[in-house]
Each structure stands twice: as structure tokens, then as C-alpha cells.
Write a new protein. Sequence first.
Length: 264
Amino acid sequence: MTTLIEFPAKAAFGRILPKEKIYAHARPGKAIREKFVAQISKIVWQYKLSPETVNLAAKKGVPEIEIFDLHLKTSEPDEAILLCIDKAIPFPLFFRLIYEAQIKTVAAFKRPSDADASKWVVEGYFSSDWIPASAERIPMPVALDLGKLYEQLLRQLMPLPPRSGESLKAQVERLDHVRSMQQEIIKMESRLNKEKQFNKKVELNAQLRQLKTGLQKLTTKGTEKHGKNKNQFSGEAGPSVVKNLDIGFLEELTTESTKDHGHG
């Protein structure tokens, strides 16, 4: 996605979210807190996309969609910071990273756990390119409900479009497989370049061809890339499971937002 969405004015929330509120609910370790201080200037809860604000029905797993603006001290925040915020907020999130008049959107596929609906699973992150923060906005996608809106917004960040009839979950799983195979190919090519023995080079070449054939099957048939979109946040640690906290805590998160601009 190389464009910005113009969300409805009625959905504007615009409250600064103190970092301490995130710490209280996600319970990050000292190292993560230090990254917050070093990399994040402030967090603004910019929009709440809910049945009341966008007139779309809630769906299972998507009762609301939150849009957070992260004002950065560095151009690429650590993914652990995003995961920490995702852990604290039991709704699908989109992060708009803002740095030196540039902006990019980042989000993970976030869903209730199949094994325990009281917990959420956060998959790997996807991101747009950096574009000028002053770039023209486009209208929010038209959707029948919040679930379909979430699909459209998240798919705009993905490097490959969905196949015919492919669910969002299946698409994310395919992209995760693509990412894994790409990493295996890089490792295999490195081994091949270092190998001196002819017989082993032949064997490695055969394995490399097999990997590339498998990768081609996952990325062809209507799955060309959209422009220059990249999955820059890899989610290499795999899916993370977080508890579905009582949504009553959302009010608590912002009750003192005017007093604390998130420093520390």
C-alpha cells in the first residue's frame, strides 16, 4: 500500500496513550521498556473503527479496529515494541509509523486463538512503503462489516494478493511459508557458493532447484506483487499468543492521557 486512508471524522479518537499504561497490561521486560524510551516519542490512539463510529457491524474476532500513530525517534522501531502494544490491546491494530515527515502503515494478522477464544494470536507483521505524511488520502474501503473492512485494510499491506477464494488466514499462512522458503533459498545459495566438492555442489543444486520450484508454486497464478509493498517486519519468532483482556480496561488506558505524553 502506497496510499493513506482517510478515516471518517466520527471515528477520530485522538488521545495520547501513556507508555506506562501499555507496560501495565503487557508487562514487558526492562529491555523492551528501554526500546520504547529510545525509539518512541509518543503514541496517539488516533481512530476507533467500531459499529458506532463507522456504522459497520462487528464480527467475531473484529469487534473494533484501532489505528495508532507512533511518532518515532528512529526510522525503524523494533518489532518487539509493536508486539508489546498488540499484547496490551485486545483488538486488531494498525500502526501508522511517523518519522521526519514520512509515514508507513504496519499491522499483523491478529485473531482469537482457535484453541482458546479468550486469547489472541498475533502473526507476522506486514508493512507499506514509506511515503510523505502529506500525501493525498483515499476514502476508507467500502465493506459490509468490520471483518471485511479488516481484511481489505490488512491485504493492502501484503506483498502478494489473495488467490481465488483464499481466506485471510490461509493467505497469511501461505505468505509465512513463502517467507520461510525464501530464507531457506538464501541459506542454500550461501552453502552452494562456499562448497568446493563437485558432488556436494550437484546435490545442493538439486535441493535449491526443488526449493525454487516450491516457491514458484506458492507465488504464481494471480499472486504478483502489488507495486513495491514489502513485508519488512518478519515475525520470525512465529505467532504469539496473548490473553484477551477485559475490554473495560480500555477506558483506563486513556483516562490520564492528557497528563502523560508517554515519556519513559
